[in-house]
Design a protein around this ligand. Structure first.
Ligand code: 13P
Length: 299
């Protein structure tokens, strides 16, 4: 069977929109209606008119889509696609931090569960974290679970005190990138510009020329002829597609969770309408406030 063709036929028949994250396998990105970073996927999920959304990414992305579009059917072809970063901040940890710092708003990275978002004041993504923190009145802000992203926010918003919860949370894939690796790549490709994801450690951010979300990379990598891309390897596919004349060098960084979905999984999910995402109403209503506040703050 030609899965890609059958998937497109089924999507049309079932009034389904396929939204795919930039780290997904190339063949999944190629059958998408929309590819994007976390913020773009959240925005499109909210605006979409289709009755079904199929989210190809990790679970928190599908939960975010369901929270923003409770009237739609939201499916995820692999519900077991988790995010180890999201698991690092529990609702209890948010409650404890808020009672230790009364009045300080909690900014939660979208890489978190619906239950954790429900305890927080506002969400952020790597595309808008500084704007979100800047938009808050309070001088002190609680931020989690990504301490590396928090460090990039501190650089851009030095007037605020940003307290990380947990102290050292991070994405295992991005956190293991080293300055030595960047320096080695710079020696190998001396004409390349280095761009890293803000989930990388602060010293890797400093060793890079530019920092940004996956969507930022896709929008801005037309500016130079040669790049070293410091994030999960899935991003190389949309970059090479969009800028065929440009040279992109990647790093050794693969998120296994982002590589779980196969065309067969996607086909079966659509055909059977299975793997529906459910978020309990009270949790969804509270989490929605935090996500919508972010969308307003970064409009
Ligand atoms: P983006 O928002 O840049 O797509 O990043 C999502 C993510 O999960 C990074 O690990």
């Amino acid at each position: 069977m030609n899965y890609a063709e059958e998937i497109r036929k089924l999507a049309a028949e079932k009034d389904a929109l396929i939204l795919v994250h930039n780290y997904e396998p190339a063949e999944i990105q190629d059958v998408a209606d929309i590819c994007g970073d976390s913020l773009e996927l959240a925005r499109k999920a909210k605006e979409a008119s289709a009755s079904t959304l199929v989210i190809c990414g990790v679970y928190f992305m599908a939960e975010t889509a369901k929270i923003l579009s409770p009237e739609k059917t939201v499916l995820i072809p692999r519900p077991d696609a988790g995010c180890p970063l999201a698991d690092q901040l529990t609702p209890e940890m948010v409650r404890a931090a808020k009672s230790a710092h009364p009045g300080a708003p909690f900014v939660v990275y979208v890489n978190s569960s619906a239950a954790t978002k429900a305890e927080c004041d506002i969400t952020c993504t790597s595309a808008n974290a500084a704007d979100v923190v800047r938009s808050l009145e309070s001088d002190t802000v609680l931020f989690g679970p990504d301490a590396n992203l928090a460090s990039w926010v501190r650089e851009q918003v030095p007037e605020k005190t940003v307290i990380t919860v947990p102290e050292n949370g991070g994405c295992p894939i991005h956190h293991k990138v080293t300055v030595e690796e960047i320096e080695r790549l710079r020696r190998e490709f001396p004409n390349a510009t280095v761009i890293c994801h803000p989930e990388c450690a602060p010293e890797v951010q400093k060793a890079s020329d530019m920092i940004g979300s996956t969507g930022y990379m896709i929008r801005n990598c037309g500016e130079k002829q040669e790049w070293i891309i410091v994030t999960e390897s899935g991003i190389l596919h949309p970059l090479r597609k969009r800028y065929p004349e440009t040279v992109f060098h990647g790093i050794e960084a693969v998120c296994d969770n982002m590589k779980l979905i196969t065309l067969k999984d996607l086909y079966e999910t659509l055909a059977e309408g299975k793997n529906e995402v459910v978020v309990e109403k009270e949790t969804a209503d509270r989490a929605r406030k935090a996500i919508e506040r972010m969308i307003e703050a970064s409009a």
